[in-house]
Structure formats: structure tokens, C-alpha cells
Design a protein around this ligand. Structure first.
Ligand code: NAG
Ligand code: NAG
Length: 415
């Protein structure tokens, strides 16, 4: 009788071969703007954050932050033009796995959360995490040549990128505290910061976690599970073959999706279905126009190691550090198993908003998280039983289903 392992091995191997063949390495010289213009791509799919925000009437500035370990991240400051004054304190908005600051614009000026928050005269800073196309620079390392650049996962983002972004915004605005909104990995890495850098989360008045991702024990999406656990299983093989970066912008698969989704005829059918396959079914939630735009910014790239860490997380019931294997764990942590993050250290007032139909960050794991955190103000399920994970950035229903609660807490903690 064939054991389970014998059957899953070829499946895992096949998924990894697929990754290697179509996703990595074959990085095209990104197709130029002029070409895309002629081919009829939606303009917002190839403009950058500043250009899009400016086009819709917002003021936008670009700032470069250097982390303690040398990564250079672009952060965007976006403000509505006609505000008599801006509310204090400033707000940081942080994206999820394989996304970038642009993801917050993809739902368009009526529904994108960056526009909605800035639209209420909050001074908004939209961050980026290492590894995406706005965080692909380093003072010393070259991401195209140095494997060391890609030796990071959520841990390093939480220990370096999130506090660097917070400190930069506080310094620039002369404030002592700010409000923070994190989606998925953008919230998970905030918990890591609080756990690993005591005192750092005291700089934040309120943390709003949109589909916050701590542990992934109950992740329902089968393709995401197969992909992440496959990458974890073969991380050594992949990196020994030189595949340190995955799902980069400009890689074949991203350009292909972007091309396929630019057509009105295919965008709704095919590109909507793609979101359904990786996440969950929510008809009508992401508009046809957003579908033609979002694949210009998604996937935005991360490290093989970060994907592997998600694979580990799906096979564990803990929110814990990277598992290097027994030997290396002993060396790194002085224990055979990786230690858990200290969620008791997340003392900041916390608000969670999550969806029942989220197949990536399951509501069961959000409930678990909420039980671990010491200072929960509210944990609210979005009032739509089909609300899924990626809806948070892409849904045209954001204005009605996410923004009121979000704005309620931002207002409560603003003057
Ligand atoms: C965005 O585009 C503007 C105008 O083309 C350019 O000046 C700016 O450097 C770009 N920003 C980024 C982060 O690529
Ligand atoms: C976790 O954080 C809490 C609150 O900061 C602290 O009292 C406790 O000692 C920490 N636990 C560990 C194991 O570090």
C-alpha cells in the first residue's frame, strides 16, 4: 500500500518544478511603459504609487528609510489636498505578503483604503517591506547577485522594517506616537516587533489588524498550502539552485497575469477566478477595473525563506520563530524547537477585523490570536459572510464593510 508520503512527494515536487519553471529566474527585462500603453493596459497597472495618487488628486511624497541592517525601503506620504488641517497623529498603513504600497490603491479612489483614510484628513504613510519592488535595495548587498539579501522572513521584517518605518514617521512628523493599520503580514510582523523589541509598541496608540496573520494552523486554501509547504520542504534545494527570490514583479508569471488581465473580456472571468482559487469565492467584490489593475502590482515579490516560513506556520499550532532544523535550532535558539513569539508583549490597544470566508488567514486562527493578546478593544467579523482575505485591499465594498470600523478607531485615537 502506498504511504501518504509517497503520494504527496511527487505532488510537492511537481509544484516546486512549476514554481521553478514559470515563476523564478526567467526574469524578463520588464516590459516598458510605452509598450504597455500601446497594448492597451490600464494606466494604473503600470504607473507607480506617486503617479497614481497624484492622478486622483492627492499630494504624495516619497521617502527612503534605511533599516539597521541596511535595507532601503520606500515609504509614501499621501495627503488629501484640500484639508484645512491634518488630524494628528499620523497613520501608517502596511501591506500583506507579496503585496506593496500600490495594493492599497488597486481598489480605486472610491474604495482603496489609502484614499479613504487620507480622504478623512489623516496624514497617511504607506509602508513597504523588504523584498518587494519598493524594498529591493540595500546599502551593501545587491539583490540580483547576493543571496544574503534574501535571507529574511517575517522575523527580520518585524525586527527591522516595522520599527524603522515607525521611527522614521515619528521623527519626520515630530510626533511621539502614531496609529498603525496592518493587513495580514503587515499585522503579524507588528506582533513580532512587540515581542522582540520590548517598548517599541509603546509608540503606537492603536493597532488595527485587518485579517491579522499570526499563526496559520487553519489556513483552508489548498493551493496556498501546497505551495508554501512545498517551498518549505525544498527550500534548501531551491536556494542551492539560486532561487532566493520568488514571485517578483517582472517575472514571467507576473507579466503573464498582468497581460491576461488587461483585457476586459478575460479579466473578470479568468483573473477573478484566479483570486477565487488562491483565496475564496466572493462574486462581484473585486470590480472588473480593479482586476485589470491589481495584477500590475501583484505578486510583488518576497524571499524563498519567507514563503518557507509560511509553510512551517501551516504545519504548526504555534506562532513561532523560523525552524532551521534540529541542529541549527540548537545553535540559534539553544533549543531543538523554535521558541514562540511573546504575544503578551503586544500591549498596544488592538482591534481586529476579519472575514468568515478568509481561506488564507482563517478566522479560527484570528480567534486564537485574540485570546493571546492582552489588550483587545474589539474583534469584529466583517458583516458579509463571503468576506475573504484579499478583499481587504481589492474589494469595492471596502467603503461600506471595512472603512467605518477602521475610521471609528482612527478617529477615537486622533485629535
Ligand atoms: C515614480 O514616478 C515618478 C515620475 O515618473 C518618479 O520621479 C519616481 O522616482 C517614481 N518613484 C518610484 C518609487 O519609483
Ligand atoms: C512576555 O512579555 C511580557 C510583557 O512584556 C513579559 O512580562 C514577560 O516576561 C514576557 N515573557 C517572556 C517569556 O519573555
Amino acid at each position: 500500500m502506498a504511504s501518504k508520503a509517497n503520494v504527496t512527494f511527487p505532488v510537492l515536487l511537481a509544484s516546486v518544478v512549476l514554481v521553478v519553471a514559470t515563476v523564478v529566474r526567467l526574469r524578463l527585462t520588464p516590459i516598458g511603459r510605452e509598450v504597455k500603453r500601446h497594448l492597451g493596459y490600464h494606466e494604473d497597472s503600470y504607473l507607480n504609487f506617486t503617479e497614481i495618487a497624484t492622478k486622483y488628486g492627492f499630494d504624495c511624497e516619497e521617502h527612503a528609510i534605511t533599516t539597521e541592517d541596511g535595507y532601503i525601503l520606500t515609504v509614501f506620504r499621501i495627503r488629501r489636498r484640500d484639508c484645512a488641517r491634518y488630524k494628528r497623529p499620523p497613520v501608517i498603513l502596511m501591506h500583506g505578503l507579496l503585496q506593496s504600497a500600490d495594493s492599497w490603491l488597486d481598489a480605486g479612489p472610491k474604495s482603496g483604503l489609502a484614499y479613504l483614510i487620507a480622504g478623512q484628513c489623516h496624514e497617511l504613510w504607506v509602508g513597504n517591506q523588504r523584498g518587494n519592488y519598493y524594498g529591493r535595495r540595500h546599502v551593501r548587498l545587491n539583490p540580483d547577485r547576493d543571496a544574503e539579501f534574501w535571507r529574511f522572513a517575517v522575523h527580520e521584517i518585524g525586527v527591522y522594517d516595522i520599527p524603522a518605518t515607525i521611527d522614521y514617521v515619528l521623527k519626520n512628523t515630530g510626533e511621539e506616537k502614531l496609529n498603525y493599520v496592518g493587513f495580514s503580514q503587515g499585522a503579524g510582523t507588528f506582533f513580532i516587533m512587540c515581542s522582540e523589541r520590548p517598548g517599541s509598541c509603546d509608540k503606537v496608540n492603536v493597532l488595527v489588524g485587518l485579517a491579522p496573520a499570526a499563526r496559520q494552523t487553519h489556513t483552508r486554501s489548498a493551493p496556498y498550502r501546497a505551495l508554501a509547504t512545498g517551498i518549505n520542504k525544498f527550500e534548501g534545494l531551491l536556494t542551492s539552485m539560486g532561487f532566493h527570490e520568488l514571485f517578483a514583479k517582472g517575472a514571467i508569471e507576473q507579466e503573464f497575469l498582468s497581460f491576461l488581465c488587461k483585457f476586459r473580456a478575460t479579466s473578470e472571468a479568468l483573473c477573478g477566478v484566479f483570486l477565487t482559487i488562491i483565496d475564496a469565492f466572493h462574486p462581484g467584490s473585486v470590480s472588473g477595473e480593479s482586476l485589470r489593475v491589481l495584477y500590475g502590482h501583484f505578486p510583488a515579490g518576497t524571499s524563498t525563506r519567507n514563503m518557507a516560513r509560511y509553510g512551517q506556520s501551516m504545519q504548526s499550532d504555534k506562532f513561532q520563530k523560523f525552524d532551521y532544523g534540529r541542529e541549527m535550532n540548537l545553535e540559534m535558539y539553544g533549543a531543538e524547537r523554535p521558541p514562540s513569539y511573546n504575544l503578551s508583549a503586544v500591549t498596544v490597544p488592538f482591534v481586529a477585523l476579519y472575514g468568515r470566508n478568509d481561506h488564507l488567514a482563517d478566522s479560527k486562527d484570528v480567534h486564537w490570536l485574540v485570546q493571546q493578546l492582552p489588550n483587545v478593544l474589539e474583534a469584529a467579523e466583517v458583516a458579509d459572510p463571503l468576506w475573504n482575505h484579499l478583499d481587504v485591499t481589492y474589494s469595492q465594498f471596502n467603503r461600506r464593510l471595512i472603512f467605518p470600523k477602521l475610521n471609528q478607531y482612527l478617529s477615537k485615537f486622533s485629535d
